[in-house]
Design a binder for this molecule. Structure first.
Ligand code: GMT
Length: 383
């Protein structure tokens, strides 16, 4: 198949899923064309089946807001035509699904029918998409897609609840490459951070409000009072500075290190004992899956799709959003030396269920179904 993938090329979860999916499809022999405004950060390997097309958009003094969506739709039209794509797969509804709809209509006037698959990732539905300034366009473009997938059952429910959706939504969960995300021997690194055998707690995110980064600092502060421990904060975003200030105010700044964005997160996860994800909303929780793959149990909130990943009392624990005391109690239970080894084994066993080798065929089969449906429709129109 020749597949066009549209995504945000940044560090966010949807971009990571889209890029890893494209890489895996290319390894399987499909031809994959990424269409984005810059090189996706995880598009870091060479394969004869991988192509990258940059969306260039010119500004003009008249434009206070450059019309990116138009430039993207135009680029989709040219890539579909010039490369003979079979299908467009857009990740994150806004604005990719509506740009794809426009490209599809333009291509129809050239006698080309390009099926569009839209994958809903989370905040495109739960936060941004619901907003009145986007809702009609999001509803319309989901309903106009030839296929729609969501990354969890919860996100599917939420989408049907919040929008008037007439399309079927297929759940295909996030996945992990266990060749990359696995526990590596990094004893020297652990020794450098925890010279006295302290427990190592890790949080990774884009430090947006929805991640409740302050809860991470509060939970750690409580743990630190009982168990000698260190906290590594990976990623960057608007809540980083307030979190650093809070750590200083609580007097734990020596035990907390902010590392910023890291390429090789798996190296840090390899030496971690516990992962914290107290998010307000989380459609799946890819960062928690990455931790679990590296044998790290998870303390998370019980929101969104997290109960579909983190099994209560087995791979970690869940608490209500904002219940810092409950999260602390459960974290201390996991960190007990009699409990930790089993939680670690359970975490990686669960992660194996989301191995890319299990999930990739689901996408391939779904593409085939969408293409068959499109062919049948074309047949009806020409007969
Ligand atoms: O977590 C983020 O804020 C980034 C966001 C994105 O779209 O880039 O992640 C969402 O998509 C991921 C991949 O499908 C999911 O694993 C995350 O749970 C989801 N984030 C939220 O729902 C907040």
């Amino acid at each position: 198949m020749k597949i066009g993938i549209v995504c945000y090329p940044t560090f966010g979860g949807s971009g990571v899923v889209a890029t890893e999916l494209g890489k895996a499809l290319a390894k399987e022999g499909h031809q994959v064309h990424f269409i984005t405004y810059s090189q996706p950060s995880r598009l870091d390997f060479l394969n004869e089946n991988l192509f990258y097309h940059e969306v260039e958009f010119r500004s003009y003094p008249l434009f206070e807001y450059p019309p990116y969506e138009l430039a993207l739709a135009s680029k989709m039209v040219s890539v579909v035509k010039n490369e003979g794509l079979d299908l467009l797969h857009v990740h994150y509804a806004i604005p990719h699904a509506s740009a794809a709809y426009m490209a599809k209509q333009i291509l129809k006037t050239h006698g080309i029918y390009i099926p569009v698959v839209t994958t809903l990732h989370g905040t495109d539905i739960t936060l941004v998409g619901k907003d009145a300034s986007y809702e009609p366009v999001v509803t319309f473009s989901i309903n106009q897609s030839d296929g729609v997938t969501s990354v969890s059952e919860d996100l599917k429910r939420e989408t049907y609840y919040s929008f008037k959706i007439t399309n079927e939504i297929e759940v295909i969960p996030n996945f992990i490459d266990l060749e990359k995300f696995k526990k590596q021997k990094k004893d020297h690194f652990k020794k450098a951070i925890c010279p006295n055998g302290e427990a190592l707690i890790v949080h990774t995110s884009n430090f947006r409000k929805v991640k409740r980064v302050m809860d991470v600092v509060h939970v750690f502060n409580n743990i630190h009072k009982v168990v000698p421990s260190k906290l590594l904060m990976i990623g960057d975003g608007p809540e980083r500075q307030p979190a650093e200030t809070l750590a200083r105010e609580l007097g734990i700044n020596d035990a907390v290190r902010f590392l910023g964005k890291l390429e090789a997160v798996e190296e840090v996860l390899s030496v971690a004992d516990l992962f914290l994800m107290p998010s307000e909303k989380e459609s799946f929780g890819l960062a928690a899956l990455e931790a679990m793959a590296c044998e790290v149990p998870v303390i998370s909130s019980n929101t969104g799709g997290l109960p579909e990943l983190n099994i209560q009392g087995v791979t970690g624990f869940m608490s209500n959003v904002g219940d810092v005391e409950d999260m602390t109690r459960k974290a201390l239970f996991i960190l007990d030396k009699d409990n930790l080894p089993q939680f670690k084994l359970n975490a990686v066993a669960r992660a194996r269920e989301f191995d890319i080798t299990q999930i990739l065929p689901l996408y391939e089969k779904y593409y085939e179904r969408v293409l068959e449906k499109a062919q049948a429709l074309k047949g009806l129109q020409t007969s």
